[in-house]
Structures are given as structure tokens and as C-alpha cells.
Ligand binder design. Structure first.
Ligand code: C2E
Ligand code: MG
Length: 301
């Protein structure tokens, strides 16, 4: 019945034993997630985003990690959808918001850097109506300047018809928080909505960036997204940069920022702190199109 409802209702689904197995697996993860939240078994890693003109690290994206005692590391893609379906994501994301904002304030003060923090927020959480108040209190308590907080939302969240989602986005803008469309280019989003919610930045999906070296069409697509965004007064970042050719092309096309394994892998707080401590411009300026050597010990997760 639930599968039929999920497929858009008004249809039927015949039971297969595989469904039972899937259901059991889902229930196990959901139960484990409950315990993990209660016992605080999550951690965060941080992946730097580099401004392409200055070569500076401007923002760190907080990415959640879950280590299960019996299984080891569970990939975010394997548990976040279950966390969202079960509603557990709200508690988890509150913890992520609070941990990441507290951490970035401490680094800003310690290293004297104007660093931002970028946090992924699920569609469910955006639509609960209480997220804006939680974030407002958090900004007040941590003293993080609102402009240093980026909230990454999906294209589907932008197109969400729910009143609560629209209200949350409007409040974020009133607070002065940056809103980023994550994984841009693989879903559907209307330009009208991008303007309506005063989106600040588009983050081009890694699947589009991966086509940058192979296909002429891929290059045209990236160029078109960058030009369109700039014409709408938005900035653009690219994620999933895995080689110098992709980076070089993005610099040529005027992309504002970049993130990917070629620059930095996500790293735990300790390693990220060492990286910030040895703060230098990580890539040479736009005119030079070269990457500098990056200490590999600092780029491993
Ligand atoms: P995302 O927001 O698009 O995050 C980027 C993902 O790409 C991360 O995977 C990161 O490790 C990976 N990545 C970064 N650079 C490269 C690269 O050069 N090549 C490749 N192949 N991958 C790269 P991760 O950490 O496994 O996260 C996957 C997704 O899970 C995220 O995609 C995001 O949608 C979600 N996620 C992660 N943490 C959170 C969180 O705290 N809250 C929410 N709601 N979602 C999260
Ligand atoms: Mg993201």
C-alpha cells in the first residue's frame, strides 16, 4: 500500500519477497539512526570551497558522517533518505547546524579569517516552519554573522509548493543568510523562483562538471549556466572538480568558486584546522591557470 501511495497513488503494487527484505533493512537503519541520534554518534567533515579569483578558501561545506559500531561508515546517501522519511532528519540537522556554526565561529576567531559555513538542509526540514526560528536563535547565540551562513537547498525544495517552505526561505533572506541551489542542473527549477526567493548562488552538480573535459556540449552547458547566473546577478560555484583541466576551464569561463577532490577532500575538524592554520592562497590567480601543490596529508578524509 505504501509503495503504491509513493508511486503517485491511484495504482496498485503486487507484493514481492524483495519488498520485505527492503522494508526490514529500512527498519533496521531507522532504529539504528534513533539510537545514534540519542547517543550522539555522528560527526562532521568539512570540505573547503575556493574562490577562483583570489584563491582563498571562502566557505567550508559541512558534511555529516555516521560510523556504526558493527558496520563501520555508512554513506550519507544510504541513511539520509531514511532519516528524512522518518522525520529523524530534523533532530539530526539541528545538531549539524549547531555543531557547524559553533565550529566556524571558533575558527573565524582563532584564525582571523572571514570564513563562511555551508550547510545542506533537507526539503522536509525546510517545510516544518520552525527551522527559521531555530536558525535565528542559533545565529544570536553563536554570534555568527548571517552572511557567513550558506544554506544549500535542492532544486525540488525551490519548486516546493508548500507555504511553510516559501516562508522559511523568505525569512532566511530577511535574516541575511545566503541561499544556494545545490546540485544545480540535474533537476527542474524555474528562473522565476530563483528570482522570487533572491537565490544567491548556483552550485553546479558534479555530473555536469565531469563532462567538462570530454564533451563540447558539456563545456557549452557550463558556460551557459555561468553566464545565465551572472546575468541574473547570482554567483556560481562548481562541485566535483577532480582534475586541473576542469579547474582551468572553470576559471576561463568566469566561475566564481570551486570545490572538489582536486582541491580538497572533506576532512575532519582537526585536519581542517591545520589546513586553515597554514592558510595561503590555494590556487594561483585567474591569470595564471595553475594549481599549486597541495599538501596531500591535509586533504585526506
Ligand atoms: P552534496 O551536498 O552535493 O555534497 C557533495 C558530495 O560530493 C559529498 O559527498 C562530497 O564528499 C562529494 N564530493 C566532493 N568533491 C567531490 C569530487 O571531486 N568528486 C566526487 N566524486 N565527489 C565529491 P557525501 O559527503 O557523500 O554527501 C553526499 C550527499 O549527502 C550530499 O551531496 C548531500 O546532499 C547529502 N548530505 C551530506 N551531508 C549532509 C547534511 O549534513 N545534511 C543533509 N541534508 N544532507 C547532507
Ligand atoms: Mg551540498
Amino acid at each position: 500500500m505504501y509503495q503504491a501511495k509513493q508511486r503517485g497513488k491511484n495504482c496498485y503494487v503486487i507484493y514481492t519477497p524483495d519488498m520485505g527484505i527492503q522494508y526490514k533493512r529500512r527498519m533496521t537503519i531507522e532504529n539504528d539512526l534513533r539510537v545514534a541520534i540519542a547517543e550522539n554518534r555522528f560527526s562532521l567533515v568539512y570540505q573547503p570551497q575556493v574562490e577562483l579569483k583570489s584563491g582563498d578558501i571562502s566557505t567550508l561545506e559541512a558534511l555529516v558522517r555516521w560510523t556504526q559500531p558493527n558496520i563501520g561508515n555508512v554513506k550519507p546517501d544510504d541513511f539520509l533518505s531514511i532519516a528524512e522519511e522518518s522525520g529523524l532528519i530534523i533532530e539530526l540537522e539541528r545538531w549539524i547546524l549547531s555543531t557547524a556554526c559553533t565550529q566556524i565561529v571558533s575558527w573565524r576567531e582563532k584564525f582571523g579569517l572571514d570564513l563562511g559555513i555551508s550547510i545542506n538542509i533537507s526539503n522536509l526540514h525546510l517545510s516544518t516552519g520552525r527551522l527559521a526560528e531555530y536558525v535565528q536563535d542559533l545565529l544570536y547565540n553563536t554570534r555568527l554573522p548571517p552572511a557567513a551562513l550558506e544554506i544549500e537547498i535542492t532544486e525540488s525544495a525551490l519548486m516546493d509548493q508548500r507555504r511553510e517552505t516559501a516562508e522559511t526561505l523568505v525569512k532566511f533572506k530577511q535574516f541575511g543568510i545566503q541561499i544556494v541551489i545545490d546540485n544545480f542542473g540535474i533537476g527542474y527549477s524555474s528562473l522565476n523562483h530563483i528570482k522570487r526567493f533572491s537565490i544567491d548562488r548556483l552550485k553546479i552538480d558534479k555530473s555536469i562538471i565531469s563532462e567538462l573535459c570530454n564533451e563540447d556540449d558539456g563545456k557549452q552547458l557550463v558556460k551557459t549556466i555561468i553566464n545565465m547566473a551572472h546575468n541574473l546577478s547570482l554567483t556560481v560555484s562548481a562541485q566535483g572538480i577532480e582534475n586541473s583541466e576542469q579547474l582551468h576551464n572553470l576559471q576561463m569561463y568566469g566561475c566564481d568558486a570551486a570545490q572538489g577532490f582536486h582541491l580538497f577532500k572533506p576532512a575532519p575538524a582537526g585536519k581542517t584546522a591545520s589546513l586553515l592554520l597554514s592558510h595561503t592562497p590555494w590556487i594561483e590567480s585567474k591569470d595564471n591557470h595553475q594549481t599549486v601543490n597541495i599538501d596531500s596529508s591535509l586533504t585526506l578524509e
